[in-house]
Design a protein around this ligand. Structure first.
Ligand code: NAI
Length: 408
């Protein structure tokens, strides 16, 4: 991005017409889906802005490719490039199997403090879905990315740390646990909850969404998940005042009809959310949730509309953002030109929205919708769509690019 010190990239007024965007190709099918996605991105920017705007793509290393090139799985230069340019996009990365090796994705999120994991979920016909009305799903999940059980603080059964903690819990807090247990810590704070919930409401206001539902398990975990609920309400009213309305007030004073410009805040117990999104998905718009709930509900909703192969994702902080395919490296089909590139392509559409280039983002979403509607799709979908014709990953991306450019 042009501004050398981007401070709040979600407000895109400072993006230059010739931004440099770092990309991580990714391992496995990264070699298939990145060139496919890049073709679509360049076509969308050209169709949206002619020669006025153009992205300079900058490859940065990570994962197996990064290790082969630099000896490091996640080189500092890669993190620095993302910080400098404010925005980056990535394919999937292998998590090396070995003791003490944390997921590279988790490291990127934590080291860049990308605290909001954003997953829009909508249906693209005729993608096969396990439910009767997938078209009723149109939600965006805001998952807290930096705390909860994912803070990585846990100790194994029988370890000296557990022995020490068990002693402390018994002697100081009168809490008697089985000697054989493992222990994990679930930290959740008002600051980190509030910044996530504020981000969710900002998105709701900017995108004309009607409600934000706080998804929690506060009936059981009163001070962590219950804290999330309490701090979520506080954040909404402290920050947005009378632009936010509770469900009770909506029904008591507006007969359930939302006045223009307002967003409803609701909260629901996590297990209820899983049932309700299947039975009455139209009742949900934005879902804001702690890390673990968010992990579960994001993938469940992606499955509800046809799978992870098409669900996009973003990890956003106050100073930078990384957009990413939500599936893994699919080693079984890597390098065979068979992968479905939609997840990365739609993540790119989110990236352009974030930069203020919504025209390019919308063209990408329309292009994907039209290409899928034609039924000429990659192998993962072809056999499951009636009359579907299998095309390669590269051919599929050319179909999307042609759709985008033909609408010029
Ligand atoms: P996976 O998502 O790579 O594969 C699961 C199944 O889905 C496989 O049958 C695969 O062929 C298929 N699949 C996945 N993406 C596809 C696509 N775009 N088009 C067509 N088919 C697709 O999950 P798995 O096998 O559990 O993990 C493999 C590797 O990926 C591991 O090293 C894991 O750590 C990593 N991974 C990375 C993620 C990331 O970078 N965000 C997320 C999940 C896993």
């Amino acid at each position: 991005m042009a501004d050398p010190t981007p401070q709040d990239p979600i407000h895109a007024s400072r993006v230059s017409d010739r931004p440099t965007i770092p990309y991580i190709e990714g391992d496995g099918i990264g070699q298939d889906i990145w060139p496919a996605a890049k073709l679509v991105f360049d076509a969308a920017v050209k169709a949206a802005f002619g020669s006025k705007k153009k992205v300079a793509w900058l490859e940065v290393a990570a994962g197996e490719k990064g290790f082969a090139r630099t000896g490091e799985w996640l080189p500092d230069e890669t993190l620095n490039a993302i910080k400098t340019h404010g925005v980056a996009i990535k394919g999937p990365l292998t998590t090396p199997v070995g003791k003490g090796m944390r997921s590279l994705n988790v490291r990127i999120r934590q080291q860049l403090d990308l605290y909001a994991c954003i997953r829009p979920i909508r249906y693209y016909p005729p993608v096969p879905s396990p439910v009767s009305h997938p078209e009723r799903v149109d939600m965006v999940v805001f998952r807290e990315n930096t705390e909860d059980l994912y803070a990585g603080i846990e100790w194994d059964s029988g370890s000296w740390e557990v022995t020490k903690l068990l002693g402390l819990l018994k002697s100081e807090l009168n809490c008697d646990l089985p000697a054989s247990c493992s222990i994990g810590i679930k930290p959740m704070s008002p600051e980190k909850t509030k910044r996530l919930v504020i981000r969710a409401f900002e998105y709701a206001f900017e995108n004309n969404r009607k409600s934000v539902t706080l998804m929690h398990k506060g009936n059981i975990m009163k001070f962590t998940e219950g804290g999330f609920r309490k701090w979520g309400y506080e954040a909404a009213f402290e920050t947005f005042g009378d632009r936010v309305i509770t469900e009770e007030t909506l029904f008591e004073t507006h007969e359930g009809i939302l006045p223009d410009g307002l967003v409803v805040i609701k909260d629901r117990i996590a297990d209820m959310v899983f049932a309700e999104v299947l039975l009455r998905p139209e009742n949900f718009d934005i879902i804001a949730c702690p890390n673990l709930n968010g992990d579960y509900i994001s993938d469940a909703l992606a499955a509800q509309v046809g799978g992870l192969g098409i669900a996009p994702g973003a990890n956003i902080g106050d100073s930078c953002a990384v957009f990413e395919a939500t599936h893994g490296t699919a080693p079984d089909i890597a390098g065979k030109d068979l992968a479905n590139p939609c997840s990365l392509i739609l993540s790119g559409a989110m990236m352009f929205d974030h930069m203020g280039w919504q025209r390019a983002g919308n063209l990408i979403r329309d292009g994907v919708a039209k290409a899928l509607a034609q039924g000429r799709v990659t192998r993962d979908l072809a056999s499951r769509i009636k009359g579907g014709e299998e095309v390669t990953c590269s051919r599929f991306s050319r179909i999307i690019a042609e759709q985008i450019l033909s609408g010029q």
